[in-house]
Design a protein around this ligand. Sequence first.
Ligand code: ACO
Length: 433
Amino acid sequence: MSNKTIKIIDGDTEAEFPLMEGSEGPATINISSLYSELGYFTYDPGFMSTASCQSTITYIDGDKGILRYRGYDIEDLAENCTFLEVAFLLLYGDLPDASELTGFEDHITHHTLINENLKDLFSSFYHDSHPMAVMTGVVGSLSAFYHDEIDIHDPFDRDLAAVRLIAKLPTIAAACFRRLRGEPFVYPRNDLDYSSNFLRMMFAQPTADYEPDPIMAKAIDLLFILHADHEQNASTSTVRLVGSSGTNPFAAVAAGIASLWGPAHGGANEAVLNMLTEIGSVRNIPKYIDRAKDKDDPFRLMGFGHRVYKNHDPRATIIRKTCHEVLAKLGDHGDAQLQLELELAMKLEEIALQDEYFVERKLYPNVDFYSGIIYRALGIPTNMFTVMFAIARTTGWIAHWIEMISDPNLRIGRPRQLYTGPTERVFKPANDR
Ligand code: ACO
């Protein structure tokens, strides 16, 4: 905490507010006593200049294109770690040593099964349900299985909830995929790593052996690492706000999934692929660029722009490379439609990056611009893309939930408002209106 203060002068009254310095990033004015001292609220729709909490988990410098988990550059983690190593880092603050990693992997592996009764829940959804709708419902229902076992004030219980969520999300996601296709569930296998296990639960058939492809498993693991956390985005802030009331973590994470679903957030990867299909051919790109620039047209270039990154999204750079590698390795086995989508994406990126509208507004491709193409190449259908994001982000959500609940100064999140509705009105009974 610095000794600096920021003074606000309001006519004859003045008040000073402490300036809080983090380890990096802009200093923050602590205005929590603004209302009691000056009688004002602050107004900041979309939280453009508001820090909602203090956190030690993830740091982003959007102008420089920096993303770090617990101080480590995303490039280093993506290059050298497995997803579970990164999950350990996010949860406990340090990278695990070899025995800690083995212990953590073992712990996760032994919580991948879901209660048999939970399986029945999948059958009750409409056959055409969106997988994110099913995920929101099923993850929320975990509270019904574990609520009584959880004392959110007990660090052991909090840790167990974290492990359960990280372990069960891939099983639930795969079960959701299989159920909606009318295919049988595939149980997790303890000898497989996190991502290979997920691939097997998604694609194995009871009628044949299935060996997960190591290239596919590595690509999935990388995507999970890149999506694992992103500080106070909409879904993480949702988990924090919901969790601040003291509700159980399964309910809070279900709320995070609901928030992630929106096309301005995690739903963007699905929207990118739908957009590429709609554009259809390179010659149609200029028409769609014009539409994106037209203020009277709601169309936006999906996968472009970010609230925080105004230089480049470092995750997009990593993923772009992997996208080319995965498609190159699929070679002749890759489908022509995918190659076309990749070409279309590259051309769209090239044209948009030269266009004054996008340059001026610093609209660069974000992580979702390429992730959908990789998922498609791996055989994951479009409506499952946001589910993939949810599996990865569950680790970030739960790390933030633990950080928040462990804070002795935790208070329920309760924003205020600028009321602009009617002032007091005279009530009239229905017959007199
Ligand atoms: N296409 C066309 N114009 C855009 C786009 C886009 N994708 N994104 C922003 N703009 C324009 C806006 O119209 C606005 O123009 P103006 O200044 O002339 O009014 C300007 O750029 C600033 O945009 P805002 O919407 O104010 O920026 P904000 O920070 O609120 O939104 C967001 C960021 C939601 C990501 C936005 O860029 C967008 O909708 N992108 C497309 C959806 C997407 O890819 N989302 C994924 C984000 S990454 C993630 O969640 C993992």
